[in-house]
Design a binder for this molecule. Structure first.
Ligand code: PLP
Ligand code: COI
Length: 371
């Protein structure tokens, strides 16, 4: 059966579980979990599911995490047909494990697959794959402030063929990584460099898809910013080089002195962030005036300098809600508010985290308990 297009095809795909015979021992795991950072500490297992045009999705496995052996002519190595997701599993106060809005990631993964002409993974199979990895690696939650298990589902073109066409075979994998905060510096607010030379995505391109190529395209600008002492790059739109889009891995919000907030609209060139959507929902519920409208870099600077803009923050799964303190653009640097975390930003972060951690009511049913 071919599952390329059906969103809710019954998965009933059995997972064969092969436990890692040599898991990391508990002392070493405790050492790793004390200060995991981001994206360096991996658990003992991974999930793998295969697809080909003849069989559809098949061969679902939970297996020891380890290297892949692939043919050098594997399509992804040449034409970058690859997509991924990022979401966190949390240990709640009552000890149970939960995911935050995994069905939204499942849907976005399908949207990304469509854009990259890849096979679409049924949403319930995506969610089941997350349940499998979190369950088997439940000892890998770091018991530290802000700690979680970051899940990285991804899929790549695995056909061995050098012709340029959509692959007829795919491998889907889920990794789990014990994480703390995303930013190393621990500074109260991040500093941003506005990229003058590079853009991340163009109209008609892949900016709204979560594909590896978008991140590859952002690295020169990001590395340049880091080398100059900044934390992240702000990308402007590709057509006019004027409208603020997003950071390399986070969406942006602006907070004004009249109490309203604004974020760039989803127009195909920025990633439709799930954190962005959750914050928009919470803010609207609070009666806050919310605009999803373009905001220019000139206006950002003018508003910061006049005091009309009081706060700005970045948001995403990895970054959660991160205050922005200072921005450097073509017309010099400017600070936002007092340059540290503002009240609104802190309040939104606390509200979101309380829901994610099961400490506040969850009227939208965003939290999916796994046990
Ligand atoms: N924008 C980009 C380019 C990202 O990589 C991410 C992270 O996934 C986000 C925005 C935020 O998306 P989300 O809130 O779904 O993590
Ligand atoms: C995430 O927040 O999940 C991302 O994919 C962004 C990346 C910077 C880690």
């Amino acid at each position: 059966m071919n599952d390329r297009t059906s969103p809710h095809a019954p998965t009933a795909l059995p997972f064969v579980v092969e436990r890692n015979a040599h898991p990391v021992n508990s002392e070493e795991r405790a050492r790793l979990l004390a200060d995991p950072g981001f994206g360096r500490v991996f658990t003992d297992h991974m999930v793998m599911i295969r697809y080909n045009d003849a069989k559809g999705w098949h061969d679902a496995k939970v297996m020891p995490r380890g290297p892949l052996s692939i043919d050098p002519a594997t399509a992804v190595l040449h034409y970058a047909q690859e997509i991924f997701e990022g979401l966190k599993a949390y240990k709640l106060a009552d000890g149970s494990m939960a995911l935050f809005r995994p069905e939204a990631n499942a849907r976005r993964f399908r949207d990304s697959a469509q854009r990259l002409a890849m096979a679409e993974l049924p949403e319930d199979l995506f969610i089941e794959s997350l349940r499998q990895i979190v369950t088997i690696d439940r000892d890998w939650f770091p018991d530290i402030e802000g700690g979680s298990l970051y899940l990285r589902p991804f899929m790549f073109a695995s056909e061995v063929f050098l012709g340029v066409k959509p692959s007829s075979e795919y491998i889907y994998i889920v990794l789990a990584s014990s994480v703390g905060g995303y930013f190393k510096s621990g500074a109260p607010a991040i500093s941003l460099l506005v990229s003058q030379e590079h853009t991340r995505a163009a109209p008609g391109g892949t900016g709204a898809a979560k594909c590896g190529g978008n991140y590859a395209a952002s690295l020169v600008a990001q590395a340049d910013a880091i080398a100059k002492g900044f934390d992240q790059v702000v990308f402007l739109d590709a057509a006019e080089r004027r409208w603020v889009e997003e950071l390399g891995g986070m969406n942006l919000f602006f907070v004004f002195s009249d109490g309203s907030i604004q974020t760039p609209p989803l127009g195909g060139t920025i990633l439709p962030g799930i954190t962005r959507d959750a914050l928009l929902t919470l803010a609207r519920e609070d009666g806050i005036v919310v605009r999803e409208e373009p905001y220019s870099i000139e206006q950002w600077q003018a508003d910061a300098e006049s005091g009309r803009l009081t706060e700005a923050f970045a948001c995403g799964t990895a970054a959660v809600v991160t205050p922005i303190g200072r921005v450097t653009g073509a017309n010099g640097a400017f600070s936002i508010g007092a340059g540290g975390p503002g009240q609104f930003t802190t309040r939104m972060k606390d509200r979101l985290v309380a829901i994610q951690r099961g400490l506040a009511p969850d009227p939208h049913h965003w939290v999916m308990r796994l046990d």
